[in-house]
Design a protein around this ligand. Structure first.
Ligand SMILES: Nc1nc2c(ncn2[C@@H]2O[C@H](COP(=O)(O)OP(=O)(O)OP(=O)(O)O)[C@@H](O)[C@H]2O)c(=O)[nH]1
Ligand SMILES: [Mg+2]
Length: 595
């Protein structure tokens, strides 16, 4: 009757269903089929042979439960008040629904359904644990010593101690009974146990499950303190009525709980459990010995001095013993408390040290970063200054001829550039044997500088054999033999050929003899409508510090060339002409941007 054909054990559901089919009038509930459920069977008038078989069934199922213990794995223990939902949570963690072949027996009866602890091997990832489901042992009733011993034995069999104590309690209320449960646990496991405890709320409604933060905010002071005592570790046991096995919220709740379990550091060791248990046993032994002693005294006094005297003496002794036990108990609790406080202080100290260490490290890093930042800022400042200086220098410098440079006017007169006026027609080119003259339409700047500027002195030998020199700022353009413009500083002595007037209306390519640097504080920058000028017999550009294209520059200067036709420029001063200044600034900004 209790096995399938292949000898495997039947489950409770099948067994109950079969019995109700045989005895339809008995309305049998699951409660009768646990150890201790025999009374219900007898009360309901079952024949003795059924009761006997039920006992056998229970023993066999217990055997199955004990087999599922892995001694090399730590323990996760389920505790809480009777009916709190411990077994339900145990099954959920095993991903078994309660109406399946459930490992841990679940019941809606008022008295404890689980009356023996049972275990099952359970995995989080690839790590194994033994889940131990316990009866509601820490309720108002005195904990059953046998059950406590059994739990202790089971835990001790597992060499790796307790990983987590899941304290299951109903979300709706936190009663004094819960307080008894907590006291019971702390007496049994010791205060240390709270370091490994997680509160798990059962019977949560939909709103609380969906929004745990809101649920947390709704706790009253009692619940908050309760959870605080467990290091604020808490989770929600999925309510099977709302979120049955297989739903994503059910799984999410369990995963949260599992993550909290994994996050616990270390395990509650068996030595501690053993120590606490031993202390308890000692106190129980002392109480037992005192009771025996009192009884002996009572018997003796009763025999010699009568019952009344014996009873009075007995009561007096009992009160004294009770008081002693109370004080011992209190001392023990104080010791536990002090021990706990010491551990918390140690933890706090370690924490503080860690924080200080981190703070020092952070300060050091901040200081280093600050230093680096300062250095970078300095570097940026220097670069900016250098850039600014360079720009100023370039802006001030422009590209200029030395003031003493000579040019030929259309009248045939040779004058120094310092004498040049807007409207003068200076020789600008020689083409096809004809000297060309062009109007000076703009003197961009002229005068004495505040500082000395670097000039290039181009030395060359004229076609008639005499020596000539042209002095102009290093980035002023002159033409080479190919009629391309080149910076004065880039001319290569002995290599580059410049175009020099031969005095017979011809421009002849002449090799540059020498290039040297000289410093002057006088300068002039002017523009002819042709954009060129024959300066010191050398075909030169009027442009400087600009893209190396004469035609492009002619185009860029077109507006001012036109403008000065209608309104001749009167600018003749040290300050750079605004239009030229604008062009240079734009050009340098562009170069800086590209750089
Ligand atoms: N609605 C609801 N019922 C629950 C929840 N958890 C458990 N129950 C029900 O509460 C009753 C008791 O659940 P158990 O898991 O047997 O409780 P227990 O803590 O193991 O009880 P004991 O073994 O007697 O100490 C059963 O009817 C469960 O179905 C829950 O989250 N929500
Ligand atoms: Mg149970």
């Amino acid at each position: 009757m209790f096995c399938y054909h292949d000898d495997s054990l039947v489950n409770k559901k099948w067994f109950l269903h079969t019995l109700n089919k045989i005895f339809p009038d008995k309305h049998l509930a699951g409660h009768g089929f646990r150890d201790g459920g025999i009374t219900e069977l007898i009360l309901r008038g079952f024949p003795p042979y059924i009761v006997q078989i039920e006992v056998l069934f229970s023993k066999r199922t217990d055997k199955v439960k004990l087999q599922s213990l892995e001694i090399n794995a730590p323990v996760i223990i389920l505790v809480g008040k009777t009916g709190a939902g411990k077994s339900t949570l145990g099954n959920h963690l095993l991903r078994i629904s309660d109406d399946d072949k459930s490992t841990f027996e679940v019941s809606g009866d008022f008295d404890s359904c689980t009356n023996k602890s049972s275990s099952a091997v359970y995995k989080i990832g690839d790590k194994s644990y033994n889940i131990i489901d316990t009866p509601g042992i820490f309720d108002t009733n005195k904990p059953n010593k046998d059950i406590l011993d059994e739990i202790a034995r089971t835990v001790q069999k597992c060499a790796y101690g307790i990983k987590a104590i899941l304290f299951v309690f109903e979300a709706k209320r936190l009663t004094d009974e819960q307080k008894n449960v907590i006291d019971g646990i702390s007496t049994f496991f010791g205060e240390e146990a709270f370091l490994y405890m997680i509160s798990v709320f059962s019977n949560c409604n939909k709103i609380n499950t969906n929004d745990p933060k809101k649920f947390e905010r709704s706790w009253n002071k009692k619940v908050r303190m309760f959870v605080n005592r467990m290091g604020n570790r808490w989770a929600i046991s999925p309510n099977p009525d709302i979120y049955p096995l297989g739903t994503s919220m059910h799984e999410k709740c369990l995963e949260n709980l599992e993550n909290t379990i994994i996050s616990l550091n270390g395990v509650y060791t068996n030595e501690l459990l053993e120590k606490t248990r031993k202390e308890q046993e000692d106190r129980a032994r002392i109480a037992r010995e005192e009771k025996e002693r009192r009884q002996k005294e009572y018997d003796e006094i009763k025999r010699t001095e009568g019952k009344a005297k014996a009873e009075a003496e007995y009561l007096k002794r009992k009160n004294e013993d009770d008081e002693r036990a109370r004080i011992a108990n209190e001392n023990h609790l104080n010791e536990l408390k002090n021990d706990m406080i010491k551990k918390i202080n140690d933890l706090e100290r370690t924490n503080k040290e860690l924080i200080q260490k981190n703070k020092d490290e952070i300060e050091r890093l901040v200081q280093n970063s600050q230093n680096e930042l300062n250095q970078n800022e300095n570097r940026i400042g220097n670069l900016r200054r250098e850039n600014e200086e360079l720009r100023n220098k370039l802006n001030n410098q422009g590209g200029c001829f030395w003031l003493e440079t000579r040019v030929k006017l259309e009248s045939g007169r040779v004058i120094r550039m310092s004498e040049l006026q807007v409207g003068d027609r200076v020789m600008s080119n020689i083409r096809n044997g004809i000297e060309e003259f062009s109007d000076v339409y703009l003197i961009a700047h002229v005068g004495k500088l505040d500082h000395e500027e670097k000039f290039t002195k181009i030395s060359f030998t004229k076609p008639n054999g005499s020596k000539g020199q042209l002095r102009l700022t290093i980035t002023h353009y002159v033409f080479n033999e190919n009629l391309s413009i080149m910076f004065a500083k880039d001319l290569q002595p002995g290599e580059t050929k410049i175009l020099v007037s031969d005095g017979k209306n011809m421009l002849v390519p002449v090799i540059v003899d020498d290039i040297t640097n000289e410093w002057y504080d006088e300068y002039i920058s002017f523009y002819t409508r042709a954009g060129t000028v024959i300066a010191e017999n050398v075909l030169s550009s009027c442009y400087d510090d600009c893209p190396p294209s004469q035609s492009l520059m002619d185009l860029i200067f077109l507006p001012v060339r036109w403008w000065t036709v209608f309104k001749p420029s009167t600018h003749r001063e040290k300050r750079l002409h605004p239009y030229v200044q604008f062009l240079e600034t734009t050009y340098f900004s562009l170069i800086n941007f590209i750089a």
